[in-house]
Design a protein around this ligand. Structure first.
Ligand code: BG6
Length: 502
């Protein structure tokens, strides 16, 4: 919304709207600039920050890719992407944004490429310059070497690495070592876009800006925690990448482990990047490792078959692949334990999958039932705190309430409901908008440190190895469902159920 139209809104509404504090002038170079991430996320994110007047008019956006494309073609590509992601399209704002866009054909790993042409677009001196590597991680180190060879790794440079950082601990270390030889750790921003989601940041606020939850946030009162990231989408043109990764590497290693860390970590003494990241890494270190002996009991891997999603017939996973063969998992369910004083004995159930019934990401903290049944004929239904990350962001705290009426005392579980959309009249910014602005502000709190990434891989490597050593079976599930039966059985064995907020 532009400044002028904003001023016409009633004061009450204006108060509820987000404030945008302009960031320092910067330039950004996106390697892989005509790729999927750039199209779906980065260009629309920059455009929205431009719409809100947060980025300086002199900011330049340079896309670098090998594909032969003219600047006009790239501007068309960006326009299609931004229109798709924008509700109130304004032609003159677009024209203004488009004038900042440039395209350079180049192999970014080639030290002898036309780097001078890129430099011409950059303001340099001491202006912040962001190099965003939206390419395959296999070439991260080579790109950094090329940046160094061309003098682009100065103190004003910031490097953004998109996940996944490697495919296992060894490759992650190699990348960290290679990029670390060119950029200092405090100039490297490793993105996990889940950390940029509003509700995920709100989890920190909920836990550490309220006194209510901390005293009950432990094994004394919490029965278990569930973290679900369900997607109704399939591979969306990324079959090659996904088939090499699978749901564990694509989702668990990063997004779900990050959510687990924020839920389980101790309060940091400050909010600076290192304090937060140090607490998260302690959680990763306390995660019990899978072994061939415990993995069957505590994990499920599955691949989807054909089915109906949102009323539409979708093909099975294998039909997306040219080979028609694969044992890659599109769904995982895990029971894990954070082995420390606070959480000993509290299971954390994690699950994620493609082509599930609906898109739904949430964290459910289930408290223990009351120790004594006071109300006859009433269930000792436990309190639950449901943190909804998407869609319909918000939080619900389920409480036992007396049903009105003069008859016998009847209890019902109902939520205290905080729906963000009703409370705040703001458009929910995409996670990349916040994260890109944090890169410019130099705020590393929402980015992963090298040791954090490596610790997560160490744990994931053990899981993958345990699957391999124990010949863990690959189950199947029908697209458009909640996953395989074995996932329901995993939690049912403990006398619990997956939370179902449909
Ligand atoms: C990405 C994964 O990191 O996250 C994708 O590579 C997944 O496979 C996506 O679809 C999910 O993100 P979101 O924000 O849509 O929940």
């Amino acid at each position: 919304m532009s400044g002028a139209s904003e001023a016409l809104l009633p004061a009450m509404i204006r108060e509820k709207m987000a404030e945008f504090i302009p960031v320092e002038p910067f330039d950004i170079v996106i390697m892989g600039g005509n790729g999927d991430l750039s199209r779906r996320k980065l260009l629309p994110a920059l455009f929205h920050r431009h719409l809100d007047g947060q980025i300086h008019p002199s900011c330049r956006i340079v896309a670098v890719a090998r594909q032969n494309m003219s600047r006009a073609d790239f501007v068309d590509f960006a326009e299609v992407a931004c229109r798709k992601a924008t509700q109130n399209w304004d032609e003159s704002t677009w024209t203004d944004f488009a004038s900042r866009l440039f395209y350079q054909i180049m192999d970014a790993t080639d030290k002898n490429g036309p780097w001078d042409k890129i430099k011409k677009h950059l303001t340099r001196d001491d202006r912040i310059c962001v190099f965003y590597l939206a390419t395959t991680p296999r070439i991260y180190v080579d790109i950094c070497d090329a940046l160094k060879a061309n003098g682009l790794n100065g103190p004003w440079s910031r490097l953004v690495l998109e996940k996944p950082i490697g495919t296992d601990l060894a490759s992650a270390r190699e990348i960290n070592r290679g990029v670390g030889a060119v950029f200092p750790e405090n100039s490297i921003y490793r993105i996990d876009h889940y950390l940029g989601k509003e509700t995920v940041q709100n989890l920190l606020v909920l836990r550490f800006a309220n006194t209510l939850f901390e005293p009950v946030w432990s094994r004394n009162t919490i029965d278990h925690v569930q973290i679900t990231v369900a997607e109704s989408l399939g591979l969306e043109g990324r079959a090659d990448y996904f088939d090499r990764s699978g749901a564990v590497r694509d989702m668990i290693q990063n997004h779900l482990l990050q959510l687990l860390c924020l839920t389980a970590m101790e309060p940091p003494n400050e909010l600076d990047a290192d304090s937060v990241r140090t607490e998260k890494i302690k959680v990763l270190k306390a995660l019990q490792r899978f072994t061939p002996n415990n993995v069957k009991q505590n994990s499920v891997r599955a691949q989807h078959k054909a089915g109906l999603v949102d009323g539409k017939a979708v093909p099975g996973y294998l039909e997306n692949l040219s080979s028609g063969e694969s044992s890659t998992e599109t769904f995982v369910a895990l029971k894990v334990e954070v082995a420390n004083w606070r959480w000993a004995g509290v299971p954390f159930y994690l699950r994620t999958g493609k082509r599930m019934e609906s898109r739904r990401s949430e964290i459910v903290v289930q408290f223990k039932p009351t120790p004594h049944r006071l109300f006859e004929n009433a269930d000792r239904a436990p309190n639950q705190l449901v943190i909804r990350l998407q869609p319909d962001e918000g939080m619900r705290l389920y409480m036992q309430i007396k049903e009105p009426g003069p008859g016998r005392m009847r209890l019902k579980s109902l939520p205290l409901n905080l729906a963000y959309a009703e409370e705040f009249l703001v458009r929910y910014p995409d996670a990349y908008e916040r994260l890109l602005m944090d890169v410019i502000r130099g705020n590393l709190s929402l980015f992963m440190r090298s040791d954090e990434v490596e610790e997560a891989w160490r744990w994931v490597d053990a899981l993958l190895q345990a699957w391999e050593d124990s010949d863990q079976p690959l189950e199947t599930y029908q697209a458009g469902t909640d996953g395989p039966l074995q996932s329901a059985m995993l939690i049912d064995r403990d006398g619990r159920n997956w939370w179902n907020s449909k």
